[in-house]
Each structure stands twice: as structure tokens, then as C-alpha cells.
Design a protein around this ligand. Structure first.
Ligand SMILES: Nc1ncnc2c1ncn2[C@@H]1O[C@H](COP(=O)(O)OP(=O)(O)OP(=O)(O)O)[C@@H](O)[C@H]1O
Length: 231
């Protein structure tokens, strides 16, 4: 899905300007990093694209959806096309790995046999099939993050939003997560990822959009950037 943000401002009560007059275009199938200091607005921007937050002003168009005008009833249909991965995984602790993934498909009414097939395919792809009966607390950080990604992409979203998906992971595990995100991107999913990880941005080149105090201050097509060098 193409994304177009025009003049987007987000003000939190009473007067915290989290984003200010943001213009951004992302083409279907792009991979884009969002970088910038803590509090620069990365998470706010991503949460608006998932329609968790609405802008105070401006337009956000994702595919054929105008997010500001979207009615509540349309939200579940929109969210089916958007996968979300957070640093804190947000896995369901009382469900095992396979059930965590199956849950997403059951929630949209997919028949049981198809659910089982999809769950097996995605857990195999992310090298988790042998771990399918484990509960999140029995899994390592890297495994939990892979499971969170499995859950986010099992429904083949057009857009994947990842907020610090390599945070708290060692370098090797972070690399395996990035390999997975790039392979998902290669299959056509647009990927938007907020990160503080200089190594990842250097090693896995993509477009880099830098935010500072809620504004886009640079946009590098091939991401040769010092994340914090010039500030
Ligand atoms: N729900 C909220 N209520 C009030 N202020 C908020 C809320 N969410 C974010 N903010 C403020 O908006 C600004 C941008 O925050 P945001 O989380 O988008 O930054 P970030 O770049 O993602 O930071 P980090 O790198 O630490 O995740 C900050 O000043 C933050 O305190």
C-alpha cells in the first residue's frame, strides 16, 4: 500500500507537540527506517499509521484508506492489512507459540485446517516449528521476537510496522530478525521500522527518515547516516 502523509501534526494534551507538519510519501514495497533521538516522534508516527492514534491535523492516506475519515466499523478490515511488531513483543502469556499465531487467524474467522497450515508454514519459515508448544516465558528474547513477527505477518499484511524490533537483542539475533524483515519486504510487504540501532542501519541498507522534535529533518534514499553524529 502506498502511504501519503500531508501536513500531519499530533499534539498530546495539553500542549506536547509530538509531530509537526510532517509530509511523507512511501511507495508500496519500500523499506524505511525511522531514526532520531528519544522523543522525536517515531512511535507516534507509526501508531498513527496503525490508526491507534489520529492526527490533530493533516491527512494520512494508506492505500485507498483515508485514516482520518475511516469509520470505526472499517478499522478491523484495515488492521488486517497491517502487521505490527513492538519491542516488548506483546505476546499472550497463556498461549503457546503456535496458539499465539493461530489466534490472529481464528479472530478473522479462518477455518481450522487452513489456520493449522498457515501456522505451520510461518513457524517453519521463522525456524520456530520445533518450539511451537513452548509458552512465551520459556522462549529466549530472539525467539519471542521471531514469534511476534510470525504473528504480525501470518496474515500476509501489505504493511508491516516494527517499532524497535531489535531492541534488547544481541547483534547476532538482531541480524536474524533483520534478515526476516528484509525477506518479508522482498515478498512485497512495505516495512516501516523505528530504530536506534546504528549497526542495523549500516549493515542492512534502506531509506532512512530522520525525525527531530517531531519534524522530518532528513530523508536519505540509501541510508548512509550517522544516527546521532550531527546532533
Ligand atoms: N500518549 C501520550 N501522551 C502524551 N505525550 C505523549 C504520548 N505519547 C508520546 N508522547 C510524547 O510525544 C513525544 C514523541 O514521543 P514518541 O514516543 O513518538 O518518540 P520516539 O521518537 O518514539 O521516542 P523513543 O525513541 O524513546 O521511542 C514525546 O515528547 C512523548 O513524551
Amino acid at each position: 500500500m502506498d502511504i501519503r502523509m500531508a501536513g500531519v501534526t499530533k499534539i498530546f494534551h495539553p500542549d506536547i507537540v509530538a509531530l509537526e507538519d510532517v509530509y511523507l510519501n512511501v511507495k508500496r514495497g519500500e523499506f524505511v527506517y525511522f531514526v532520531g533521538h528519544t522523543g522525536s516522534g517515531k512511535t507516534t508516527l507509526l501508531r498513527m499509521l496503525n490508526r491507534e492514534l489520529s492526527p490533530s491535523s493533516g491527512q494520512i492516506i494508506v492505500g485507498k484508506h483515508n485514516l482520518r475519515k475511516m469509520r470505526l466499523g472499517q478499522l478491523p478490515f484495515y488492521r488486517r492489512q497491517v502487521g505490527v511488531v513492538f519491542q516488548d513483543f506483546k505476546l499472550l502469556p497463556h498461549l503457546n507459540a503456535a496458539e499465539n499465531v493461530a489466534f490472529v487467524l481464528e479472530a478473522i474467522g479462518m477455518p481450522g485446517r487452513q489456520v493449522a497450515e498457515r501456522v505451520k508454514a510461518i513457524l517453519t519459515k521463522l525456524d520456530l516449528w520445533k518450539r511451537r508448544f513452548l509458552y512465551p516465558e520459556q522462549m529466549s528474547g530472539g525467539e519471542q521476537q521471531r514469534l511476534a513477527i510470525a504473528r504480525a505477518v501470518v496474515n500476509m499484511p501489505s504493511l508491516l510496522i516494527a517499532d524497535e524490533p531489535t531492541g534488547n537483542l544481541d547483534m547476532e539475533t538482531a541480524e536474524s530478525i533483520m534478515d526476516i524483515l528484509f525477506s518479508i519486504n522482498a515478498s512485497g510487504t512495505t516495512v516501516l521500522m523505528a530504530t536506534h540501532n546504528q549497526y542495523v542501519v549500516d549493515a542492512f541498507r534502506a531509506r532512512v527518515v530522520r525525525l527531530s522534535r517531531g519534524r522530518i529533518v532528513s530523508d536519505e534514499p540509501r541510508g548512509e547516516v550517522e544516527l546521532y553524529g550531527d546532533l
